[in-house]
Design a protein around this ligand. Sequence first.
Ligand code: HEM
Length: 529
Amino acid sequence: MLVTGIPSYWAELGIWWLRSGILCALVCLILVISFVVYFYVPCWGVRRIPGPPTDLIVGHLPMLAKSGPDIFRALAKEYGPVFRFHMGRQPLVIVAEAELCREVGMKKFKDIKNRSKPFPASGSSLHEKGLFLTKDLRWSSMRNAIIPFYQPSHLANLIPTVQSVIESATSNLLVDGEEINISHFSLKIAIDIIGKTAFGVAFGLTDHHQRSSSDSNDDEISGFLKQHMYSTESLKMDLSGSLSTIMGLLLPILQKPCRYILQRIPGTTDRKMLLMNRILSDRIDQIVEKRASDMNCEAKDFLSALLIARNSELGKDLFTYDYISALAYEHLVAGTATTAFTVSSIVYLLCKHPNVERKLIEEIDRFGPKTHSPSADDIHSRFPYLDQVVKEAMRVYTVSPLVARETSTQVQIGGYSLPKGTWVWLALGVLAKDSGDFPDPDVFKPERFDPNSVEARKRHPYAHIPFGLGPRTCIGQRFALLEIKLAIIHLYGHYGFRLSPKMESPPELEYGLVLNFKHGIKVQPIKRS
Ligand code: HEM
Protein backbone atom coordinates (compact mmCIF):
# COMPACT_ATOMS: atom_id res chain seq x y z
CA MET A 1 0.00 0.00 0.00
CA LEU A 2 2.77 2.34 1.07
CA VAL A 3 4.67 1.73 -2.13
CA THR A 4 1.66 2.43 -4.35
CA GLY A 5 0.48 5.38 -2.11
CA ILE A 6 3.48 7.62 -2.82
CA PRO A 7 2.98 8.02 -6.56
CA SER A 8 -0.76 8.63 -6.10
CA TYR A 9 0.09 11.37 -3.55
CA TRP A 10 2.43 13.03 -6.08
CA ALA A 11 -0.12 12.57 -8.83
CA GLU A 12 -2.81 14.28 -6.71
CA LEU A 13 -0.41 17.11 -5.83
CA GLY A 14 0.44 17.48 -9.51
CA ILE A 15 -3.23 17.65 -10.45
CA TRP A 16 -3.83 20.22 -7.70
CA TRP A 17 -0.94 22.35 -9.00
CA LEU A 18 -2.23 21.99 -12.53
CA ARG A 19 -5.75 23.02 -11.53
CA SER A 20 -4.47 25.97 -9.46
CA GLY A 21 -2.20 26.99 -12.32
CA ILE A 22 -5.07 26.87 -14.79
CA LEU A 23 -7.27 28.81 -12.37
CA CYS A 24 -4.56 31.46 -11.85
CA ALA A 25 -3.97 31.72 -15.58
CA LEU A 26 -7.72 32.07 -16.12
CA VAL A 27 -8.02 34.81 -13.46
CA CYS A 28 -4.99 36.59 -14.97
CA LEU A 29 -6.49 36.28 -18.44
CA ILE A 30 -9.83 37.68 -17.23
CA LEU A 31 -8.00 40.53 -15.47
CA VAL A 32 -5.93 41.32 -18.57
CA ILE A 33 -9.02 41.16 -20.81
CA SER A 34 -11.03 43.39 -18.42
CA PHE A 35 -8.09 45.80 -18.22
CA VAL A 36 -7.75 45.93 -22.00
CA VAL A 37 -11.53 46.20 -22.48
CA TYR A 38 -11.71 48.96 -19.83
CA PHE A 39 -9.01 50.92 -21.65
CA TYR A 40 -10.24 50.28 -25.16
CA VAL A 41 -14.03 50.66 -24.70
CA PRO A 42 -13.94 54.49 -24.83
CA CYS A 43 -11.68 54.36 -27.93
CA TRP A 44 -13.83 51.87 -29.83
CA GLY A 45 -16.42 54.36 -31.06
CA VAL A 46 -13.77 56.77 -32.37
CA ARG A 47 -11.20 54.20 -33.57
CA ARG A 48 -11.51 55.27 -37.22
CA ILE A 49 -10.42 58.81 -36.44
CA PRO A 50 -6.71 59.25 -37.13
CA GLY A 51 -4.24 60.06 -34.38
CA PRO A 52 -0.74 59.31 -33.12
CA PRO A 53 0.05 55.87 -31.63
CA THR A 54 -1.23 55.66 -28.07
CA ASP A 55 0.69 54.60 -24.94
CA LEU A 56 -1.37 52.32 -22.73
CA ILE A 57 -2.74 54.06 -19.61
CA VAL A 58 -1.14 57.52 -20.12
CA GLY A 59 -2.32 57.97 -23.72
CA HIS A 60 -0.79 61.15 -25.15
CA LEU A 61 -0.44 63.01 -21.85
CA PRO A 62 3.38 62.96 -21.87
CA MET A 63 3.25 64.85 -25.21
CA LEU A 64 1.05 67.53 -23.65
CA ALA A 65 3.26 67.76 -20.56
CA LYS A 66 6.37 68.14 -22.78
CA SER A 67 5.17 70.51 -25.51
CA GLY A 68 2.09 72.25 -24.03
CA PRO A 69 -0.85 73.10 -26.30
CA ASP A 70 1.52 73.66 -29.28
CA ILE A 71 1.40 69.90 -29.71
CA PHE A 72 -2.11 70.23 -31.23
CA ARG A 73 -0.76 72.38 -34.05
CA ALA A 74 1.82 69.74 -34.94
CA LEU A 75 -0.77 66.94 -34.73
CA ALA A 76 -3.26 68.83 -36.94
CA LYS A 77 -0.54 69.19 -39.56
CA GLU A 78 0.15 65.47 -39.46
CA TYR A 79 -3.34 63.98 -39.01
CA GLY A 80 -5.69 66.59 -40.49
CA PRO A 81 -8.45 68.80 -39.06
CA VAL A 82 -10.16 66.03 -37.03
CA PHE A 83 -7.89 63.81 -34.97
CA ARG A 84 -7.79 61.73 -31.81
CA PHE A 85 -5.87 62.71 -28.68
CA HIS A 86 -5.91 60.52 -25.56
CA MET A 87 -6.03 62.28 -22.18
CA GLY A 88 -4.97 59.15 -20.34
CA ARG A 89 -7.79 56.70 -20.95
CA GLN A 90 -10.21 59.30 -22.31
CA PRO A 91 -10.07 59.95 -26.07
CA LEU A 92 -10.76 63.49 -27.23
CA VAL A 93 -11.81 64.24 -30.77
CA ILE A 94 -9.96 67.44 -31.58
CA VAL A 95 -11.52 69.70 -34.21
CA ALA A 96 -8.92 72.05 -35.68
CA GLU A 97 -10.49 73.84 -38.62
CA ALA A 98 -12.70 76.96 -38.72
CA GLU A 99 -15.58 75.54 -40.78
CA LEU A 100 -15.73 72.34 -38.72
CA CYS A 101 -15.69 74.39 -35.50
CA ARG A 102 -18.67 76.32 -36.86
CA GLU A 103 -20.39 72.98 -37.48
CA VAL A 104 -19.78 71.82 -33.89
CA GLY A 105 -20.44 75.14 -32.17
CA MET A 106 -23.38 76.38 -34.23
CA LYS A 107 -24.91 74.21 -36.94
CA LYS A 108 -25.05 71.05 -34.79
CA PHE A 109 -25.25 72.81 -31.46
CA LYS A 110 -28.42 71.03 -30.34
CA ASP A 111 -26.53 67.70 -30.42
CA ILE A 112 -23.31 69.03 -28.84
CA LYS A 113 -24.47 71.60 -26.35
CA ASN A 114 -22.89 70.39 -23.11
CA ARG A 115 -19.29 70.41 -21.97
CA SER A 116 -17.28 67.40 -20.98
CA LYS A 117 -16.13 67.82 -17.42
CA PRO A 118 -12.38 68.29 -17.03
CA PHE A 119 -11.03 65.77 -14.49
CA PRO A 120 -9.53 68.35 -12.17
CA ALA A 121 -12.88 70.07 -11.61
CA SER A 122 -14.95 66.94 -11.01
CA GLY A 123 -16.27 66.50 -7.50
CA SER A 124 -16.05 70.20 -6.59
CA SER A 125 -19.53 71.72 -6.24
CA LEU A 126 -18.04 75.21 -6.48
CA HIS A 127 -16.76 74.38 -9.95
CA GLU A 128 -19.55 72.05 -11.06
CA LYS A 129 -22.55 74.30 -10.39
CA GLY A 130 -21.36 77.29 -12.42
CA LEU A 131 -22.59 77.99 -15.94
CA PHE A 132 -19.51 76.40 -17.49
CA LEU A 133 -20.30 72.84 -16.43
CA THR A 134 -24.07 72.76 -15.98
CA LYS A 135 -26.01 70.90 -18.66
CA ASP A 136 -29.12 70.93 -20.85
CA LEU A 137 -32.19 72.70 -19.49
CA ARG A 138 -30.57 73.93 -16.31
CA TRP A 139 -27.74 75.50 -18.34
CA SER A 140 -30.06 77.24 -20.83
CA SER A 141 -32.42 78.48 -18.08
CA MET A 142 -29.51 79.85 -16.04
CA ARG A 143 -27.84 81.41 -19.07
CA ASN A 144 -31.08 83.08 -20.22
CA ALA A 145 -31.70 84.46 -16.75
CA ILE A 146 -28.26 86.00 -16.30
CA ILE A 147 -27.52 87.15 -19.85
CA PRO A 148 -29.05 90.64 -19.36
CA PHE A 149 -26.28 91.33 -16.87
CA TYR A 150 -23.76 91.17 -19.74
CA GLN A 151 -25.65 93.38 -22.19
CA PRO A 152 -23.99 96.63 -23.32
CA SER A 153 -26.46 98.83 -21.42
CA HIS A 154 -25.63 97.13 -18.13
CA LEU A 155 -21.89 97.01 -18.84
CA ALA A 156 -21.83 100.75 -19.57
CA ASN A 157 -22.92 101.29 -15.94
CA LEU A 158 -19.89 99.34 -14.72
CA ILE A 159 -17.33 101.51 -16.53
CA PRO A 160 -16.79 103.98 -13.65
CA THR A 161 -16.10 101.07 -11.27
CA VAL A 162 -13.69 99.37 -13.67
CA GLN A 163 -11.97 102.68 -14.48
CA SER A 164 -11.52 103.54 -10.79
CA VAL A 165 -9.75 100.22 -10.08
CA ILE A 166 -7.41 100.72 -13.06
CA GLU A 167 -6.61 104.30 -12.03
CA SER A 168 -6.01 103.26 -8.46
CA ALA A 169 -3.65 100.43 -9.55
CA THR A 170 -1.69 102.72 -11.88
CA SER A 171 -1.17 105.44 -9.32
CA ASN A 172 -0.51 103.11 -6.36
CA LEU A 173 1.48 100.26 -7.84
CA LEU A 174 3.49 101.65 -10.78
CA VAL A 175 6.67 103.65 -10.12
CA ASP A 176 8.65 105.30 -12.92
CA GLY A 177 11.67 103.11 -13.80
CA GLU A 178 10.96 100.52 -11.09
CA GLU A 179 10.66 96.96 -12.36
CA ILE A 180 7.27 95.30 -11.96
CA ASN A 181 5.78 91.95 -12.91
CA ILE A 182 2.93 93.15 -15.11
CA SER A 183 1.22 89.73 -14.90
CA HIS A 184 0.82 90.12 -11.13
CA PHE A 185 -0.19 93.74 -11.57
CA SER A 186 -2.93 92.92 -14.08
CA LEU A 187 -4.14 89.96 -11.98
CA LYS A 188 -4.60 92.34 -9.03
CA ILE A 189 -6.61 94.68 -11.25
CA ALA A 190 -8.72 91.80 -12.60
CA ILE A 191 -9.44 90.42 -9.11
CA ASP A 192 -10.39 93.84 -7.72
CA ILE A 193 -12.67 94.47 -10.69
CA ILE A 194 -14.43 91.13 -10.23
CA GLY A 195 -14.60 91.78 -6.47
CA LYS A 196 -16.52 95.00 -7.04
CA THR A 197 -18.58 94.09 -10.10
CA ALA A 198 -19.46 90.50 -9.23
CA PHE A 199 -19.49 90.42 -5.42
CA GLY A 200 -19.88 94.09 -4.51
CA VAL A 201 -16.81 93.61 -2.27
CA ALA A 202 -13.63 95.74 -2.19
CA PHE A 203 -10.71 93.27 -2.10
CA GLY A 204 -8.35 96.25 -2.06
CA LEU A 205 -5.39 94.66 -3.87
CA THR A 206 -4.85 97.79 -5.96
CA ASP A 207 -5.38 100.22 -3.14
CA HIS A 208 -2.28 100.90 -1.02
CA HIS A 209 -4.11 102.92 1.58
CA GLN A 210 -6.81 100.40 2.29
CA ARG A 211 -4.25 97.60 2.58
CA SER A 212 -1.94 99.53 4.88
CA SER A 213 -4.82 100.40 7.21
CA SER A 214 -4.37 96.80 8.50
CA ASP A 215 -7.91 96.21 9.70
CA SER A 216 -8.91 92.60 10.26
CA ASN A 217 -10.85 92.71 7.00
CA ASP A 218 -7.49 92.83 5.23
CA ASP A 219 -6.38 89.40 6.45
CA GLU A 220 -9.82 87.99 5.67
CA ILE A 221 -9.60 89.19 2.10
CA SER A 222 -6.04 88.08 1.47
CA GLY A 223 -6.92 84.69 3.01
CA PHE A 224 -9.90 84.38 0.68
CA LEU A 225 -7.82 85.28 -2.35
CA LYS A 226 -5.01 82.91 -1.41
CA GLN A 227 -7.55 80.12 -1.25
CA HIS A 228 -8.97 81.14 -4.59
CA MET A 229 -5.51 81.14 -6.19
CA TYR A 230 -4.64 77.79 -4.62
CA SER A 231 -7.91 76.24 -5.71
CA THR A 232 -7.41 77.47 -9.29
CA GLU A 233 -3.73 76.62 -9.55
CA SER A 234 -4.38 73.07 -8.35
CA LEU A 235 -6.52 72.44 -11.42
CA LYS A 236 -3.82 71.14 -13.75
CA MET A 237 -4.58 69.48 -17.08
CA ASP A 238 -1.35 67.49 -17.49
CA LEU A 239 0.36 65.02 -15.16
CA SER A 240 1.34 67.53 -12.49
CA GLY A 241 -1.95 67.78 -10.54
CA SER A 242 -3.10 66.01 -7.38
CA LEU A 243 -2.88 62.22 -7.25
CA SER A 244 -6.66 61.79 -7.57
CA THR A 245 -6.69 64.12 -10.60
CA ILE A 246 -4.00 61.99 -12.22
CA MET A 247 -6.07 58.95 -11.33
CA GLY A 248 -9.06 60.60 -13.02
CA LEU A 249 -6.98 60.88 -16.18
CA LEU A 250 -5.56 57.36 -16.08
CA LEU A 251 -8.08 55.14 -14.26
CA PRO A 252 -11.29 57.18 -13.78
CA ILE A 253 -13.05 54.25 -12.12
CA LEU A 254 -10.66 54.61 -9.17
CA GLN A 255 -10.78 58.41 -8.93
CA LYS A 256 -13.59 58.63 -6.35
CA PRO A 257 -12.29 55.98 -3.93
CA CYS A 258 -8.73 57.25 -4.38
CA ARG A 259 -9.82 60.83 -3.63
CA TYR A 260 -11.88 59.64 -0.62
CA ILE A 261 -8.81 57.95 0.90
CA LEU A 262 -6.28 60.68 0.02
CA GLN A 263 -8.50 63.41 1.43
CA ARG A 264 -8.17 61.71 4.82
CA ILE A 265 -4.36 61.52 4.76
CA PRO A 266 -2.62 64.62 6.16
CA GLY A 267 -0.07 66.25 3.86
CA THR A 268 -1.56 65.07 0.54
CA THR A 269 -2.48 67.60 -2.16
CA ASP A 270 -5.99 66.14 -2.20
CA ARG A 271 -6.44 66.92 1.50
CA LYS A 272 -5.09 70.44 1.07
CA MET A 273 -7.47 70.98 -1.87
CA LEU A 274 -10.41 69.64 0.15
CA LEU A 275 -9.68 71.97 3.07
CA MET A 276 -9.09 74.98 0.82
CA ASN A 277 -12.26 74.34 -1.17
CA ARG A 278 -14.24 73.93 2.04
CA ILE A 279 -12.97 77.23 3.44
CA LEU A 280 -13.50 78.93 0.09
CA SER A 281 -17.08 77.63 -0.18
CA ASP A 282 -17.80 78.75 3.40
CA ARG A 283 -16.43 82.21 2.70
CA ILE A 284 -18.42 82.62 -0.48
CA ASP A 285 -21.55 81.31 1.26
CA GLN A 286 -20.98 83.92 3.99
CA ILE A 287 -20.69 86.70 1.39
CA VAL A 288 -23.89 85.48 -0.31
CA GLU A 289 -25.81 85.18 2.97
CA LYS A 290 -24.69 88.62 4.13
CA ARG A 291 -25.69 90.17 0.82
CA ALA A 292 -29.05 88.38 0.91
CA SER A 293 -29.77 89.74 4.39
CA ASP A 294 -28.89 93.36 3.60
CA MET A 295 -30.07 93.37 0.00
CA ASN A 296 -29.77 96.68 -1.70
CA CYS A 297 -31.88 96.74 -4.86
CA GLU A 298 -29.84 99.66 -6.19
CA ALA A 299 -26.61 97.63 -6.22
CA LYS A 300 -25.31 96.91 -9.71
CA ASP A 301 -23.11 93.90 -9.01
CA PHE A 302 -23.72 90.40 -10.34
CA LEU A 303 -24.48 88.88 -6.95
CA SER A 304 -27.30 91.38 -6.35
CA ALA A 305 -28.68 90.64 -9.82
CA LEU A 306 -28.77 86.92 -8.95
CA LEU A 307 -30.39 87.54 -5.58
CA ILE A 308 -33.03 89.73 -7.25
CA ALA A 309 -33.61 87.04 -9.90
CA ARG A 310 -34.14 84.55 -7.05
CA ASN A 311 -37.26 86.44 -6.01
CA SER A 312 -39.09 85.43 -9.20
CA GLU A 313 -41.18 82.24 -9.42
CA LEU A 314 -38.69 80.57 -11.79
CA GLY A 315 -35.64 81.94 -9.98
CA LYS A 316 -36.46 80.23 -6.66
CA ASP A 317 -35.81 76.75 -8.07
CA LEU A 318 -33.05 77.83 -10.41
CA PHE A 319 -30.98 80.00 -8.13
CA THR A 320 -30.70 78.06 -4.91
CA TYR A 321 -27.89 79.40 -2.73
CA ASP A 322 -25.37 76.72 -3.81
CA TYR A 323 -25.84 77.70 -7.46
CA ILE A 324 -25.64 81.42 -6.63
CA SER A 325 -22.33 80.84 -4.81
CA ALA A 326 -20.96 78.81 -7.71
CA LEU A 327 -22.05 81.38 -10.31
CA ALA A 328 -20.51 84.27 -8.38
CA TYR A 329 -17.29 82.32 -7.76
CA GLU A 330 -17.14 81.40 -11.45
CA HIS A 331 -16.36 85.06 -12.19
CA LEU A 332 -13.19 84.79 -10.16
CA VAL A 333 -12.18 81.60 -11.99
CA ALA A 334 -13.23 82.59 -15.53
CA GLY A 335 -12.79 86.35 -15.42
CA THR A 336 -9.45 87.03 -13.71
CA ALA A 337 -6.62 84.82 -15.04
CA THR A 338 -7.98 85.20 -18.61
CA THR A 339 -8.10 89.00 -18.72
CA ALA A 340 -4.87 89.36 -16.71
CA PHE A 341 -3.05 87.06 -19.13
CA THR A 342 -4.37 89.03 -22.10
CA VAL A 343 -3.30 92.42 -20.68
CA SER A 344 0.19 91.12 -19.88
CA SER A 345 0.56 89.50 -23.31
CA ILE A 346 -0.35 92.84 -24.95
CA VAL A 347 2.26 94.68 -22.86
CA TYR A 348 4.86 92.01 -23.71
CA LEU A 349 4.14 92.16 -27.46
CA LEU A 350 4.19 95.98 -27.46
CA CYS A 351 7.61 95.92 -25.74
CA LYS A 352 8.82 93.64 -28.53
CA HIS A 353 7.29 95.89 -31.25
CA PRO A 354 8.00 99.56 -30.45
CA ASN A 355 6.52 100.72 -33.79
CA VAL A 356 3.15 99.21 -32.80
CA GLU A 357 3.43 100.76 -29.34
CA ARG A 358 4.11 104.18 -30.93
CA LYS A 359 1.10 103.92 -33.26
CA LEU A 360 -1.16 102.86 -30.40
CA ILE A 361 0.02 105.69 -28.15
CA GLU A 362 -0.70 108.17 -30.99
CA GLU A 363 -4.28 106.87 -31.15
CA ILE A 364 -4.67 107.12 -27.37
CA ASP A 365 -3.26 110.67 -27.32
CA ARG A 366 -5.57 111.73 -30.14
CA PHE A 367 -8.56 110.83 -27.96
CA GLY A 368 -7.97 113.74 -25.59
CA PRO A 369 -6.40 114.71 -22.26
CA LYS A 370 -5.28 111.88 -19.96
CA THR A 371 -7.93 112.79 -17.42
CA HIS A 372 -10.69 112.16 -19.95
CA SER A 373 -12.08 108.60 -19.48
CA PRO A 374 -13.59 106.92 -22.52
CA SER A 375 -17.24 105.86 -22.57
CA ALA A 376 -18.45 102.54 -24.03
CA ASP A 377 -19.21 104.33 -27.33
CA ASP A 378 -15.75 105.95 -27.39
CA ILE A 379 -14.10 102.56 -26.92
CA HIS A 380 -16.13 101.19 -29.77
CA SER A 381 -15.59 104.02 -32.26
CA ARG A 382 -12.45 105.98 -31.31
CA PHE A 383 -9.91 103.18 -30.88
CA PRO A 384 -9.81 101.08 -34.06
CA TYR A 385 -6.08 100.35 -33.81
CA LEU A 386 -6.42 99.25 -30.18
CA ASP A 387 -9.07 96.78 -31.34
CA GLN A 388 -6.60 95.34 -33.87
CA VAL A 389 -3.83 95.13 -31.26
CA VAL A 390 -6.08 93.28 -28.79
CA LYS A 391 -7.31 90.83 -31.43
CA GLU A 392 -3.79 90.13 -32.67
CA ALA A 393 -2.42 89.62 -29.15
CA MET A 394 -5.27 87.20 -28.40
CA ARG A 395 -4.41 85.35 -31.60
CA VAL A 396 -0.69 85.09 -30.82
CA TYR A 397 -1.40 84.04 -27.23
CA THR A 398 -4.76 82.21 -27.23
CA VAL A 399 -5.65 82.06 -23.56
CA SER A 400 -8.06 79.10 -23.96
CA PRO A 401 -6.40 76.98 -26.65
CA LEU A 402 -9.01 74.22 -26.24
CA VAL A 403 -12.75 74.41 -25.66
CA ALA A 404 -14.54 71.36 -24.27
CA ARG A 405 -17.84 70.04 -25.64
CA GLU A 406 -19.55 66.63 -25.54
CA THR A 407 -22.03 64.96 -27.94
CA SER A 408 -25.45 64.16 -26.46
CA THR A 409 -26.42 61.91 -29.39
CA GLN A 410 -24.70 60.29 -32.39
CA VAL A 411 -23.50 63.00 -34.74
CA GLN A 412 -21.50 63.35 -38.01
CA ILE A 413 -18.50 65.70 -37.96
CA GLY A 414 -15.98 66.03 -40.77
CA GLY A 415 -17.07 62.73 -42.32
CA TYR A 416 -16.78 60.79 -39.05
CA SER A 417 -19.66 59.40 -37.05
CA LEU A 418 -19.21 60.27 -33.35
CA PRO A 419 -21.22 58.23 -30.83
CA LYS A 420 -23.18 59.77 -27.96
CA GLY A 421 -20.87 60.87 -25.14
CA THR A 422 -17.84 61.62 -27.37
CA TRP A 423 -15.65 64.40 -26.03
CA VAL A 424 -15.29 66.93 -28.85
CA TRP A 425 -12.77 69.67 -28.19
CA LEU A 426 -12.37 72.73 -30.40
CA ALA A 427 -8.72 73.69 -30.94
CA LEU A 428 -8.98 77.50 -31.00
CA GLY A 429 -5.20 77.75 -30.62
CA VAL A 430 -4.65 75.78 -33.83
CA LEU A 431 -7.16 77.92 -35.76
CA ALA A 432 -5.32 81.05 -34.60
CA LYS A 433 -2.07 79.84 -36.19
CA ASP A 434 -3.51 78.55 -39.48
CA SER A 435 -1.32 79.99 -42.23
CA GLY A 436 -4.27 79.88 -44.69
CA ASP A 437 -6.19 82.43 -42.62
CA PHE A 438 -3.18 84.17 -41.04
CA PRO A 439 -0.15 84.32 -43.37
CA ASP A 440 3.12 84.28 -41.33
CA PRO A 441 1.13 83.11 -38.32
CA ASP A 442 3.97 83.54 -35.83
CA VAL A 443 4.47 87.23 -36.67
CA PHE A 444 2.70 89.83 -34.50
CA LYS A 445 0.98 92.15 -36.99
CA PRO A 446 -2.16 93.98 -35.71
CA GLU A 447 -2.85 95.41 -39.20
CA ARG A 448 -4.00 91.96 -40.31
CA PHE A 449 -7.20 92.73 -38.35
CA ASP A 450 -7.80 95.99 -40.23
CA PRO A 451 -11.32 95.23 -41.59
CA ASN A 452 -10.33 96.83 -44.94
CA SER A 453 -7.23 94.69 -45.44
CA VAL A 454 -7.27 91.97 -48.09
CA GLU A 455 -6.17 89.45 -45.47
CA ALA A 456 -9.14 90.24 -43.19
CA ARG A 457 -11.63 90.13 -46.06
CA LYS A 458 -10.36 86.75 -47.28
CA ARG A 459 -10.38 85.15 -43.82
CA HIS A 460 -12.92 82.57 -42.66
CA PRO A 461 -15.42 84.34 -40.34
CA TYR A 462 -14.72 81.80 -37.55
CA ALA A 463 -10.93 81.68 -37.84
CA HIS A 464 -10.46 84.03 -34.88
CA ILE A 465 -12.68 82.87 -31.99
CA PRO A 466 -10.72 83.33 -28.75
CA PHE A 467 -14.03 83.53 -26.85
CA GLY A 468 -15.49 80.41 -28.44
CA LEU A 469 -18.65 80.47 -30.55
CA GLY A 470 -22.36 79.84 -30.81
CA PRO A 471 -24.93 79.81 -27.99
CA ARG A 472 -22.28 78.57 -25.55
CA THR A 473 -19.75 81.30 -26.33
CA CYS A 474 -18.03 83.16 -23.46
CA ILE A 475 -20.72 85.07 -21.61
CA GLY A 476 -18.15 87.58 -20.30
CA GLN A 477 -16.70 88.49 -23.72
CA ARG A 478 -17.94 92.10 -23.84
CA PHE A 479 -17.04 92.67 -20.22
CA ALA A 480 -13.54 91.24 -20.73
CA LEU A 481 -12.87 93.39 -23.81
CA LEU A 482 -14.12 96.48 -22.03
CA GLU A 483 -11.81 95.83 -19.10
CA ILE A 484 -8.78 95.00 -21.27
CA LYS A 485 -9.22 98.07 -23.48
CA LEU A 486 -9.81 100.45 -20.56
CA ALA A 487 -6.66 99.09 -18.89
CA ILE A 488 -4.48 99.50 -21.99
CA ILE A 489 -5.80 103.02 -22.74
CA HIS A 490 -5.07 104.16 -19.19
CA LEU A 491 -1.69 102.42 -18.87
CA TYR A 492 -0.32 103.72 -22.20
CA GLY A 493 -1.82 107.16 -21.59
CA HIS A 494 0.56 107.44 -18.63
CA TYR A 495 3.46 105.05 -19.29
CA GLY A 496 5.53 103.32 -21.94
CA PHE A 497 7.00 99.92 -21.00
CA ARG A 498 10.39 98.27 -21.57
CA LEU A 499 11.16 94.61 -20.94
CA SER A 500 13.29 93.91 -17.89
CA PRO A 501 16.75 92.45 -18.63
CA LYS A 502 15.64 89.57 -16.35
CA MET A 503 12.86 88.59 -18.76
CA GLU A 504 13.43 85.29 -20.57
CA SER A 505 12.80 85.18 -24.32
CA PRO A 506 10.44 83.80 -25.44
CA PRO A 507 8.43 83.81 -22.20
CA GLU A 508 7.82 80.35 -20.77
CA LEU A 509 4.19 79.26 -20.82
CA GLU A 510 2.27 76.88 -18.55
CA TYR A 511 -1.09 75.27 -19.18
CA GLY A 512 -3.55 74.94 -16.29
CA LEU A 513 -7.24 75.62 -16.83
CA VAL A 514 -6.04 78.41 -19.14
CA LEU A 515 -2.68 79.48 -20.54
CA ASN A 516 -0.35 81.48 -18.31
CA PHE A 517 3.15 82.98 -18.35
CA LYS A 518 5.10 80.74 -16.00
CA HIS A 519 7.28 83.52 -14.54
CA GLY A 520 5.09 86.45 -15.54
CA ILE A 521 6.12 89.41 -17.70
CA LYS A 522 8.69 91.66 -16.04
CA VAL A 523 8.83 95.26 -17.30
CA GLN A 524 10.04 98.74 -16.42
CA PRO A 525 7.37 101.44 -16.67
CA ILE A 526 8.66 104.73 -18.15
CA LYS A 527 6.49 107.71 -17.22
CA ARG A 528 5.30 109.71 -20.20
CA SER A 529 5.61 113.47 -19.94
C1 HEM B 1 -9.78 87.41 -22.15
C2 HEM B 1 -10.80 87.01 -21.45
C3 HEM B 1 -11.61 85.76 -21.68
C4 HEM B 1 -11.45 84.76 -22.60
C5 HEM B 1 -10.40 84.65 -23.70
C6 HEM B 1 -12.50 83.80 -22.38
C7 HEM B 1 -12.68 82.65 -23.13
C8 HEM B 1 -13.74 81.77 -22.96
C9 HEM B 1 -13.97 80.61 -23.79
C10 HEM B 1 -13.10 80.18 -24.96
C11 HEM B 1 -15.08 80.00 -23.33
C12 HEM B 1 -15.72 78.73 -23.90
C13 HEM B 1 -16.68 79.16 -24.98
C14 HEM B 1 -17.25 78.06 -25.84
O1 HEM B 1 -17.44 76.94 -25.37
O2 HEM B 1 -17.54 78.32 -27.02
C15 HEM B 1 -15.57 80.76 -22.20
C16 HEM B 1 -16.70 80.46 -21.48
C17 HEM B 1 -17.12 81.19 -20.38
N1 HEM B 1 -16.58 82.36 -19.91
FE1 HEM B 1 -15.00 83.35 -20.68
N2 HEM B 1 -13.27 84.23 -21.33
C18 HEM B 1 -12.77 85.43 -20.88
C19 HEM B 1 -13.27 86.22 -19.86
C20 HEM B 1 -14.39 85.94 -19.13
C21 HEM B 1 -14.98 86.79 -18.12
C22 HEM B 1 -14.45 88.17 -17.75
C23 HEM B 1 -16.05 86.13 -17.61
C24 HEM B 1 -17.02 86.55 -16.55
C25 HEM B 1 -17.14 87.73 -16.07
C26 HEM B 1 -16.15 84.86 -18.31
C27 HEM B 1 -17.11 83.91 -18.05
C28 HEM B 1 -17.30 82.77 -18.81
C29 HEM B 1 -18.35 81.80 -18.55
C30 HEM B 1 -19.37 81.85 -17.42
C31 HEM B 1 -18.25 80.81 -19.55
C32 HEM B 1 -19.16 79.60 -19.72
C33 HEM B 1 -20.29 79.97 -20.65
C34 HEM B 1 -21.28 78.83 -20.88
O3 HEM B 1 -20.90 77.67 -20.81
O4 HEM B 1 -22.45 79.14 -21.15
N3 HEM B 1 -15.14 84.78 -19.22
N4 HEM B 1 -14.73 81.85 -22.00
